[in-house]
Design a protein around this ligand. Structure first.
Ligand code: ADP
Ligand code: MG
Length: 594
């Protein structure tokens, strides 16, 4: 960490796990980064009392001694932004994990500083800006082909403006070379630093307009969210949170994924590190890492790094949004972050709020989700007819202890995000995956997305969605009756509803993340599957009207044929399901009362 001129050096007077106290620090600011002790560990000021400061340290403080020096750096926690982020794997304070592993073995040593962006690597820069041009923050100076999937826009950093005095011609440059200068002498490089706890500016926030498609049927049909929106996925241990987050990383319609892993189990993060690089982007056939950044807390990192990782991930996501991409941030699990806040707060001996969490928990969680949005990006073109738009969507997993959603992290997150995808352990136990509970989940985005679905989704989307919801509702009611008075109380029409809603659950709502054809579902197939089941319902009703008993219908092989549909590929699904519908219409039409 570079040390500034106005250097303040204090002395370590207390060490309490991830928290330290130092005195002689008059003049430091809240949030300022410190280097602590002989090892030069990175810490962040979280409370100031006179000349004494309290700081959280992002690495293990073991073996540190009282009296060691604490240096102020004059800068807040910041990330490096520039070409080379895409495909990288960082820890919570943006140290590249692979480079660290190479220099210190599997167990990451402390105080090792490795820069986030490679200083040696040369990138092919093509200028866009020209000499004499007036530029403001967000204007594109040039572009760099960062990966096969991502063109990196080199932009004027936030809060900067001027007239271009010089700009480099097309060529290969490192991130530290000056690629443009402003008339006031400001030097612009391909890399700049951005404080993580402050949101990066946007020109304007727009209402949500397009869906963030997860390619999970239950979510896209019943509980869709918008690009720029947010959702939380609470669920007990093993309910399927990680599988949902990873499926969305692979299949959603986001162009860039930032995956923040605060693992519950130590080996889970190791799995992320080994598995993600091997994943293939279903759209391009290339590595998924071409459009993914991983921010991962290894199990040997202290709690403060978890807090940092959430902000690091968010800032990286904002940076690509600023370029005009649709970015999705996946956080798994935000409960580990909240627990980190709780631990630090208790070390600070702050007055605890609900369940020991700090009273500012809800503020922090709200501030996190508020950084999402569908926006017009900064830059001169923002006021033109063709402004650059980007979006940042966040999906946060929540791990309530014992699966009890009444706890503070779930409750707070639910209030500040726009959708709840509630995972249900009893569904997971019955192997109903994704275990999204259709009774308790909700989305606030559907009304805003209605027009989009009406124009872009297959015809009848809104109607079929409504029918599916009421069918599931009827099923719940009928099951209550059966519980009370037994199945004999039901009429054939009602039994048919139970039959069909079972199809809705097992064929439509359930979706295996491990089936080649079913893991990702396009709108065409999502709609087609549901339509098939609902048309089947309509046709069966006609048969019952002819006084044919329901058992004659259920003994037909039609059910199995509908079941097999979900294993059919997305491509050409409309024709596949049309054939299936045609077939059962004939079979059912031929049924007559005996
Ligand atoms: N969509 C799914 N399809 C198939 N299996 C699933 C699905 N979701 C979860 N599972 C099963 O449940 C297990 C636990 O899921 P996981 O996402 O790790 O739970 P959590 O993160 O909530 O603890 C997975 O290893 C997998 O076997
Ligand atoms: Mg998990």
């Amino acid at each position: 960490m570079a040390v500034t001129e106005q250097q303040i050096v204090g002395k370590l007077v207390r060490i309490a796990g991830p928290m330290i106290e130092a005195d002689g620090m008059l003049g430091v600011s809240m949030g300022e980064i410190l280097t602590v002790g002989k090892l030069g560990l990175m810490g962040e000021v979280i409370r100031i009392e006179g000349d004494k400061i309290f700081a959280q340290v992002f690495e293990s403080t073991e073996g540190m001694y009282l009296g060691e020096d604490v240096h102020a750096t004059g800068v807040p926690l910041a990330v490096e932004l520039g070409p080379g982020l895409m495909g990288a794997t960082y820890d919570g304070i943006q140290r590249p994990l692979l480079a660290l592993q190479a220099s210190s073995g599997d167990f990451i040593g402390r105080g090792i500083t490795a820069v986030a962006l490679d200083r040696e690597k040369k990138w092919a820069f093509t200028p866009v800006a020209t000499v004499g041009q007036e530029v403001i923050s967000g204007d594109v100076l040039g572009t760099v082909p960062e990966t096969k999937a991502i063109e990196h826009k080199i932009m004027v950093p936030p809060y900067m403006a001027g007239k271009i005095a010089s700009v480099k011609e097309a060529g290969e440059y490192t991130v530290e070379e000056v690629i443009a200068t402003l008339e006031d002498g400001t030097e612009l490089k391909m890399m700049h630093k951005s404080p993580v706890k402050q949101s990066r500016p946007v020109h304007k926030i727009l209402p949500p307009a397009e869906p963030f498609l997860t390619r999970q049927r239950v979510l896209d049909m019943l509980f869709p969210i918008a690009k720029g929106g947010s959702a939380i996925i609470p669920g007990g241990f093993g309910a399927g949170k990680t599988v949902v987050e990873q499926s969305m990383s692979k299949y959603s319609n986001a162009q860039v994924i930032v995956y923040v892993g605060c693992g519950e189990r130590g080996n889970e993060m190791a799995e992320v590190l080994t598995e993600f690089p091997e994943l293939v982007d279903p759209n391009t056939g290339d590595s998924l890492m071409n459009r993914t950044i991983l921010v991962v807390n290894t199990s040997n990192m202290p709690v403060a790094a978890r807090d940092a990782s959430v902000y690091t991930g968010m800032t990286l996501a904002e940076y690509y949004r600023d370029m005009g991409y649709d970015v999705a941030l996946m956080a798994d699990s935000t409960s580990r972050w909240a627990e980190a806040l709780r631990e630090i707060s208790s070390r600070l001996e702050e007055m605890p709020g609900e369940e020991g969490y700090p009273t500012y928990l809800s503020e922090r969680i709200a501030a996190f989700y508020e950084r999402c949005g569908n926006v017009i990006c900064c830059g001169t073109e923002a006021t033109s007819d063709n402004p650059r738009g980007g979006s940042l969507t966040a999906v946060g997993a929540v791990s309530p202890p014992g699966g009890d959603f009444s706890e503070p992290v779930t409750q707070t997150s639910m209030r500040v995000s726009g959708a709840l995808w509630a995972l249900d352990s009893s569904l997971a136990y019955r192997r109903h995956y994704p275990s999204v509970n259709w009774n308790t989940s909700f989305t606030l985005y559907f009304d805003g997305l209605k027009d989009w679905f009406e124009e872009n989704a297959p015809n009848g989307w809104i109607m079929r969605r409504q029918q599916a919801a009421s069918l599931l509702q009827r099923e719940t009611e009928l099951n209550d009756i059966v519980q009370l008075v037994g199945p004999d109380a039901l009429q054939d029409q009602e039994r048919l509803i139970l039959e069909v809603s079972r199809l809705v659950r097992e064929v439509f709502l359930q979706q295996s993340a491990f089936s080649e054809n079913d893991a990702s579902c396009e709108l065409e197939k999502t709609f087609g599957l549901l339509e098939t089941i609902l048309v089947y319902h309509e046709e069966c009703m006609k048969v019952l009207e002819r006084e044919v008993p329901l058992t004659r219908i259920t003994e037909l092989p039609v059910r199995e044929e509908i079941f097999r549909l979900k294993e059919e590929p997305n491509k050409g699904f409309t024709a596949t399901k049309d054939a299936c519908i045609e077939n059962f219409k004939q079979v059912l039409g031929a049924l007559e009362a005996k």
